[in-house]
Design a protein around this ligand. Structure first.
Ligand code: FAD
Ligand code: SIN
Length: 539
């Protein structure tokens, strides 16, 4: 039996939850399908905050100018203006939902500063902004009668009219065009695949950081939504623009914990291992230059000195002040024996954010009827070739609101009943000896991406990566069609797909721009283009 809802939301970060709340408030039934516990998301780890114009000394045009400057000629200016114009309103909405942004002693909201921003405009909850947002939104979700949440449900693929017809099913619906009809999702606790039918589906599955060996992203960030959309023939664009955050904690044998850019906003200085502050030699904005510039400068300093890391220095400040402003960072560093007031923090760049993704209009719609995308999975044109710090949480809230309005119109225009959807047919085999293939390929993919598709690229390295990853793709697809599906297999298949798309787009771009820097084309082309990829789909 199909589970049937008006709208399905895949993912429970800021994008999925904000959208679900709006759609449910308009009276529609919503299912949220999320692959782990609801809170587990990139959102939950966001530190610096959310950028919006809320102070008298700032204005939207300045925020627009900073965003365009960081985006390096590739932003969609209309998208930038539309999204940033809604900044203050989105903050009001988050406050109404229960987000308690940090205030100064005099009661004014505390505004942080990050790279590329000409003003202090980052609202934050200490250095745990994402956790506070996630908690407030989940509170709303738990109290909504129109929302059903399916935790530990892994969305495998979109069900579309075209795919059903191609597989010989009769699809009783008006017209012969393509449209999304639902999803297949693996209940990872019961180990069964369920069929969810819906008139509209939102992809809010976040980013792809896990395709790299070193990343600030949690394990959920495996590019599932990008891969699903690609397989459904939806246009994906600008995948080469991977943002490497300049400052992740360098600690052997540990994940790359983020050291927020807000720490530099409060005066921390990057130094090489000889203690020299090197950023003035790279950009007049020094340590607060946009991220692409700072990450490349660190990469270059590390290569020059043969060092494994550089240092971020905020020593000499009172311990209480540092602990109060950055409690999460302070505690984590202390666990590694680093006292912020005493010791420079060893830092390295790590894969952090995907600027490209599923191409969406400003209402979150994609080029497949009924399919919407929002948050890090989507590419609206706001970020261009490089995202301005703390613009992503804002983009997710604004697009979720616009998407919810658009979905309401779409639902009003499609009254026909959903066709019955066929059940999932699984491969029966399960061979534990072969699981080593998953582990090996997982490691290999991450290493190849780190070594050949990193901060500084060349065509030769990209081509080498493409050859390796095509082999991994062949192997994993054989595995996929023959074995029973399980999360590790599904994630690896999606990660490999996402990696292929990054490389395809990177090879299309014959210039260096924003986050894509290649030694073979070090200059910027005079006419910026968007790169794009799409799998075959009959229209
Ligand atoms: P996520 O929050 O990543 O949520 C994705 C959801 O989809 C998760 O619930 C996941 O489990 C689910 N999911 C994924 N695949 C599937 C599947 N196949 N089936 C079912 N569910 C699935 N941005 C800022 O603007 N300001 C900041 O201060 C900031 N700090 C950051 C700090 C860190 C450490 C990181 C990693 C990112 C930071 N970012 C920041 C970026 C920002 O957090 C993310 O871009 C944003 O939270 C993405 O939100 P989202 O809702 O699109 O995706
Ligand atoms: C940070 O706090 O440095 C992360 C901010 C972001 O990724 O926007």
């Amino acid at each position: 039996m199909n589970k049937e809802f008006d709208v399905l939301v895949v993912g429970s970060g800021i994008a999925g939850l904000s959208f679900a709340l709006k759609v449910a408030e308009a009276g529609h039934s919503v299912a949220i399908v999320t692959k782990k516990d609801s809170a587990e998301s990139n959102t939950n780890y966001a530190q610096g905050g959310i950028a919006a114009v809320t102070s008298d000394t700032d204005n939207v045009e300045m925020h627009v100018a900073d965003t365009l400057e960081a985006g390096d000629g590739l932003c969609d200016e209309e998208a930038v203006r539309e999204i940033l114009r809604c900044g203050a309103e989105s903050i009001e909405e988050l406050i109404k939902r229960g987000v308690d942004f940090t205030q100064l002693r005099d009661g004014r909201v505390s505004l942080g500063k990050e790279g590329g921003h000409s003003k202090r405009r980052i609202l934050h909850v200490k250095d745990i902004t994402g956790k506070a947002i996630e908690k407030a939104l989940l509170h709303g979700i738990h109290h909504s009668p129109n929302i059903t949440t399916y935790e530990h449900h892994f969305a495998i693929d979109l069900i579309t009219a075209r795919k059903l017809r191609e597989n010989g099913h009769t699809v009783a619906m008006e017209g012969s065009g393509d449209r999304v009809l639902g999803i297949y999702a693996l209940d990872t606790e019961k180990e069964v695949v369920e069929t969810f039918a819906a008139r509209a589906v939102l992809l809010a599955t976040g980013g792809i950081g896990q395709i790299y060996q070193y990343t600030t992203n949690p394990f959920i960030a495996t590019g599932d939504g990008i891969a699903m959309a690609y397989r459904a023939g939806v246009e994906i664009r600008n995948m080469e623009f991977i943002q490497f955050h300049p400052t992740a904690l360098y600690a052997a044998g540990s994940d790359r914990f983020l050291i927020s850019e807000a720490v530099r906003g409060e005066g921390a200085i990057l130094r090489n291992l000889d203690g020299e502050a090197f950023m003035p030699g790279y950009d007049e904005r020094k340590d607060l230059a946009p991220r692409d510039i700072v990450a490349r400068a660190i990469d270059s300093e590390m290569k020059k000195k043969g060092a494994r890391h550089v240092q971020l220095d905020i020593t000499g400040r009172p311990a209480e002040a540092l602990r109060d402003r950055f409690p999460n960072i302070y505690d984590t560093c202390e666990k590694h024996g680093i006292l912020l007031e005493r010791d420079p923090i060893p830092v390295v760049p790590a894969a952090h954010y995907l600027c490209g993704g599923v191409k969406t209009a400003l209402d979150g719609s994609t080029d497949l009827a009924g399919l919407y995308a929002c948050g890090e999975v989507a590419c609206t044109g706001l970020h261009g070739a490089n995202r301005l710090a703390s613009n992503s949480l804002l983009e997710a809230v604004v697009l979720a609101n616009e998407g919810a309005k658009s979905v309401a119109n779409y639902l009003a225009s499609t009254h026909e009943p959903l066709p019955a959807l066929p059940n999932w047919v699984d491969g029966e085999m399960r061979d534990s000896d072969e699981r080593v293939v998953l582990l090996h390929n997982w490691d290999e993919l991450k290493r190849v991406m780190w070594d050949y598709v990193g901060i500084v690229r060349t065509t030769k390295r990209l081509e080498r990566a493409r050859t390796r990853i095509r082999n991994l793709s062949r192997e994993i697809n054989d595995y996929y069609w023959n074995f029973k599906v399980e999360p590790a297999l599904l994630e690896l298949r999606n990660m490999i797909q996402a990696a292929e798309l990054v490389i395809d787009c990177a090879l299309q771009r014959k210039e260096s721009r924003g986050l894509h820097y290649t030694l073979d084309y070090p200059d910027k082309s005079p006419t910026p283009i968007d790169t794009w990829v799409r799998s075959r789909r009959q229209r």
